[in-house]
Design a protein around this ligand. Structure first.
Ligand code: NDP
Length: 339
């Protein structure tokens, strides 16, 4: 027990076991339950609290609504030298990635570059757990996911774009991989929900209310309002690119086409995911790895002590997380069959 906060220290292994039981009780096959449990526990351990145990409500609610199929068996198909397609069959994107991963890595290593194109998938997680393992194997990976219409493109009046995260991972010789991963909206939706739950106002410029007026109230953004893209027209254009890359290349839905109205309780966007993988050993011999460490050296000399990915890298060896008793009790409740 962490006396100061009243939270309980839980081992990551115990947390993964609990999460896997929750997902299985609520309709996931046991391999998918284990994949989601690892993902969720890793986010909690890394301090990505918007995608750790906080998301369990959303997973359970979506599974119980019948919107997502936790027992789906993804179908993998290879086209040409470098296209690996996975039809997630209305299941979770992480299970689809797992199913297509081996052949994807084989294609990257053979051709120098390949695309993993996932359609019909649900992603309610952070993207960094999807891309980091590629960098740990010496590969470069870029991933994008679209979500549901909750962000207004620059110049438009309707929330047509998703929060559309973009993640990048690259190996750095002798150091932590460089990994960044963020929503292309002013804030991730999970953080808006956390603020609403905790009664916190947001900084100005994050979103608008149902009348299109700027607001700092997270509840107004969530209830009929919308987020805005980060960086004005620049973030807006990147988010539109993500819609095109993900829905266009996979055959999945645009964020604005996600319609879960027939499934009350559904919270997992049913869209697609793209991962582009590059084998940097195809660059000039010794090129990438020496250039990447050179770049980090230049940044360090300029005073940049930390780069994206380092914070999480340092938290890798963590074996326990602190969780409040109230949340643990709620999680335990999800291991009982729904009435
Ligand atoms: P943040 O604004 O918190 O930015 C996170 C990224 O920026 C990380 O790579 C982080 O690296 C880096 N970073 C943050 N601060 C610094 C700093 N001071 N110096 C250097 N690097 C820094 O991300 P968001 O809130 O926009 O997104 C949060 C998560 O939400 C993401 O994981 C994203 O994938 C997820 N998401 C998922 C969606 C889905 O549909 N599945 C939709 C939208 C978002 P580090 O961690 O190493 O500090």
């Amino acid at each position: 027990m962490n006396v100061q906060s009243g939270a309980v220290d839980v081992s990551l292994e115990a947390l993964k076991g609990l999460l896997a039981r929750i997902f299985e009780t609520n309709g996931c096959s046991s391999p998918t339950a284990a994949i989601l449990a690892d993902n969720c526990a890793a986010a909690e351990a890394a301090g990505s609290l918007g995608h750790g145990v906080f998301r369990v409500d959303g997973y359970v609610s979506s599974l119980r609504s019948g919107w997502v199929d936790g027992a789906a068996v993804p179908e993998v198909r290879v086209k040409g030298a470098g296209y690996v397609f996975v039809d997630a069959k209305n299941g979770f994107a992480q299970a689809a990635l797992h199913a297509g991963r081996d052949v994807f890595v084989q294609r990257i290593r053979e051709t120098g570059i390949a695309i993993l194109s996932i359609r019909g998938s649900h992603h309610l997680a952070a993207l960094w757990p999807d891309v980091t393992p590629f960098a740990e194997e010496g590969l470069v990976a870029i991933s994008m996911v679209n979500s549901f219409g909750c962000s207004i493109p620059m110049g438009a009046k309707e929330p047509l774009l998703g929060t559309n995260p973009l993640a990048f991972a690259a190996p750095i010789k002798g150091a932590a991989p460089l990994v960044f991963d963020f929503a292309t909206t002013s804030m991730a939706n999970g953080d808006v929900q956390l603020a609403a739950r905790e009664g916190r106002m947001l900084p100005p410029g994050m979103g608008v209310d149902s009348n299109g007026e700027p607001t700092t109230d997270p509840k107004k953004i969530l209830n009929g309002g919308a987020l805005v893209p980060f960086g004005g027209h620049k973030g807006s254009a990147i988010s539109v690119m993500i819609e095109l890359m993900v829905a266009g290349l996979t055959g999945g839905k645009f964020s604005s086409e996600v319609d879960w109205s027939a499934h009350p309780g559904a919270q997992t966007p049913h869209t697609g995911q793209i991962i582009i993988g590059i084998d940097p050993s195809f660059s000039e011999p010794g090129g990438f790895s020496s250039r990447s460490s050179q770049l980090i050296g230049i940044l360090r000399e300029a005073g940049m002590e930390s780069y994206p990915g380092m914070r999480r890298w340092r938290s890798r060896g963590k074996t326990h997380v602190s969780i409040s008793p109230a949340i643990l009790e709620k999680l335990a409740g999800y291991t009982k069959e729904p009435k």
